[in-house]
Design a protein around this ligand. Structure first.
Ligand code: ADP
Length: 411
């Protein structure tokens, strides 16, 4: 379809060589001014401007339904509307494909310029300043700005697509973890039960050597079971299904629990397990079993990555403004290089066992789970480490302001 109008000249902007042409739409109700601007633009020797003209809003909208432009130059005051109306209507029609726009202001002065920019015009030019140089420069800048904006929009769209694909993949991985963990756990529990029956002599007498062998089997089952529990638990954290029930609790109870469970491995590795704390510490708002889980993991790691003869120190102290307790676990172990520090909290991340020079039985989930739990308590695990010297992991727990209670120092 061809639009017939005194000022509209359909362009021969071709399908033959589109990239070398820059398509401009000029909108003005003064035919002589249109003619002048068109001459200015055609005279530009570097850029090949293909210029289309329109004299009013309706015509401009119709043209833009049929053709695309890199830049629209519009007079601020037309006989049936304002240039800013045209920009608004065109934006509604073209959405994010809207090209750059330049408004030519005559008598509107500064106010017209401000209103134009508010409406989304890329630039404005006072009509009395328009000459070949100024018009071509403004159009060139506007086209470049438009191209940049378009490529940004394209990048954003690509990123959004990539992001939603990643979210989908992540979801699939979560579901995979969950399903596998469940599917493996059931037969694993059966194996544990059957091996236990034989181990305990309930299926007939066994000798000491057989018992030792079955013990190894049971330990391996326990290890696999713990790993699958971690996987299941992590997928619950990551899908937002894990919550904590924060109640005023004694930090001493948490410490006692961790000391009792960590002492055997510390003794086995000849590591000093030192507990330092002030007396009469106030209640903290925690879910105790979860904080025990975090602290046990940090102490377990500290023991695991420290050579015999070293020390692991757990310290509990009030932070300066008495709003929280700071819990830290310090070791004299192998330490962690700076390049790994950020990543050790990532799911399944392990510093290579060769670097750590440790016989590591973990799966790289412990710190990830610990940091999720601490973040549900409104804090963050901090880490400081020096290779060859040791590491310190710490986090804070909010003091319960609701009660003045302090708990007497545990025996
Ligand atoms: P894992 O269960 O495999 O130990 P974690 O998530 O608990 O996994 O720890 C991730 C990695 O962080 C470990 O593999 C280890 O390389 C490093 N790491 C954690 N704690 C310490 C520590 N106290 N000293 C040295 N390295 C540590």
């Amino acid at each position: 379809m061809k639009l017939i109008s005194p000022t509209f000249e359909p362009t021969d902007a071709g399908l033959d060589n589109p990239p070398t042409q820059t398509r401009i739409l000029l909108i003005d109700d003064d035919p002589s001014y249109l003619f002048l601007c068109k001459r200015y633009l055609k005279g530009e020797d570097v850029f090949n401007y293909v210029v289309t003209t329109a004299s009013n809003l309706k015509e401009a909208l119709a043209i833009c339904r049929l053709e695309t432009f890199e830049c629209i130059v519009v007079d601020y005051r037309l006989h049936d509307s304002f240039g800013t109306d045209i920009i608004s209507e065109l934006r509604d029609q073209l959405g994010h494909k809207m090209p750059s726009t330049i408004v030519l202001t005559a008598d509107g002065g500064v106010e017209a310029a401000i209103e134009s920019v508010r409406t989304g015009a890329t630039d404005f030019l006072a009509k009395h300043d328009v000459n070949q140089e100024s018009l071509c420069r403004a159009v060139r800048n506007a086209v470049q700005t438009g191209n940049l904006r378009q490529s940004l929009i394209q990048r954003v769209e690509e990123l959004e697509k990539a992001n939603s694909l990643l979210l989908k993949r992540n979801d699939e991985i979560q579901r995979f973890y969950h399903t596998v963990s469940h599917e493996v756990k059931t037969p694993l529990t059966a194996i544990q039960e059957f091996v236990s029956i034989v181990h305990d002599g309930l299926a007939g007498e066994i000798d000491e050597e057989q018992k030792t062998i079955l013990n190894y089997a049971l330990e391996s089952c326990d290890q696999i079971s713990a790993h699958f529990n971690d996987l299941l638990e992590l997928s619950r954290f990551e899908t937002g299904k894990m919550t904590v029930n924060l109640t005023p609790s004694s930090i001493y109870g948490v410490l006692d629990h961790c000391v009792v469970s960590s002492t055997p491995s510390a003794i086995a590795k000849q590591i000093d397990l030192i507990i330092e704390h002030q007396r009469d510490l106030p209640y903290v708002l925690i879910q105790s079993n979860r904080i025990i889980q975090v602290l046990s993991n940090l102490i377990g790691n500290a023991i695991k990555f420290t050579d015999p003869g070293g020390a692991v120190t757990v310290n509990v102290a009030m932070v300066n403004d008495a709003s929280a307790l700071r819990i830290s676990v310090r070791d004299t172990g192998c330490g962690i290089q700076d390049s790994h520090l950020e990543k050790i909290f990532d799911r399944l991340y392990q510093v290579s066992p060769a670097t750590n020079n440790q016989n590591d039985s973990g799966m790289g989930l412990g710190l990830c789970i610990a940091s999720e739990i601490v973040s549900l308590h409104g804090s963050r695990i901090q880490v400081q480490s020096e290779p060859g010297v040791g590491s310190e992991f710490s986090f804070e727990l909010a003091i319960d302001k609701g009660s003045d209670s302090t708990i007497a120092l545990s025996a």
